[in-house]
Design a protein around this ligand. Sequence first.
Ligand SMILES: NC(=O)c1ccc[n+]([C@@H]2O[C@H](COP(=O)([O-])OP(=O)(O)OC[C@H]3O[C@@H](n4cnc5c(N)ncnc54)[C@H](OP(=O)(O)O)[C@@H]3O)[C@@H](O)[C@H]2O)c1
Length: 234
Amino acid sequence: MPAVTGMRALVTGASSGIGAATADVLAAKGATVLRTSRTITGPSSFACDFAVGVDPLVSWAGDVDLLVLNAGLGHAGPFADMAPGKIAELFTVNVVAQLELARALLPGMIARGRGHIVLVSSIAGAMGVADEAVYSATKAALRSFADALRLEVRSVGVTVVHPGVIDTPFFERRGTPYTRRRPRPIPPVDVAEALVAAVEHNRTEIFVPSWLRFPARLNGAIPGVVRVLQRRFG
Ligand SMILES: NC(=O)c1ccc[n+]([C@@H]2O[C@H](COP(=O)([O-])OP(=O)(O)OC[C@H]3O[C@@H](n4cnc5c(N)ncnc54)[C@H](OP(=O)(O)O)[C@@H]3O)[C@@H](O)[C@H]2O)c1
């Protein structure tokens, strides 16, 4: 079981929500934690705008044992009403920058014969969510990437995390509040603890809360039925 104690970890999107909680849990378990986001959060943090590029971040980070690709932004609303440029922004920050970072740091992991990459996707990456077509597509891209990379690189662990509704500034930042009564938002530390446990147990995929695996699996097995249920219950 790979303990995170002593690992050198880089967490993207570490200034807030799930990323901040994950960085804190890793630090509490004895990992050396490097944090990145556009906001500086302390001495072991580096300001990087993923809409611009990751090269300076790669140079600053050096060798990394655990890469948590968590930074992301949401968008909700009718697809046809999306502002020009928004699709590119979502894919650049949620997908392109995360994969560029993985591409840059993976060779070091392979050379050392160890390492772990975590991709924070979403339940929206495992099944479409109404009014979140492009966001869902970015999160599904992370899952597909992980499934393929896992087959290609055996010496490096690859874990996909699918959070459900988490109580973070994510909804406020995307400009559309979460208004449904259920599922109720859960604290980001729940995702952080599940994520770190998934690394420690080298899990390929987790859902937080764990019951979300059932609609996701059902969607894979009988998508037609799930479509009917989603149209009926949202
Ligand atoms: N909250 C939920 O319900 C939920 C559900 C499923 C999946 N997720 C996913 O979980 C991840 C974390 O979200 P969260 O809920 O913790 O949201 P959050 O509190 O809004 O945190 C998002 C993080 O991403 C960083 N970020 C955003 N744009 C960036 C950019 N252009 N360059 C660099 N960093 C950027 C933010 O830092 P700065 O603004 O300081 O740059 C922040 O640290 C995201 O990938 C999100 O899609 C969230």
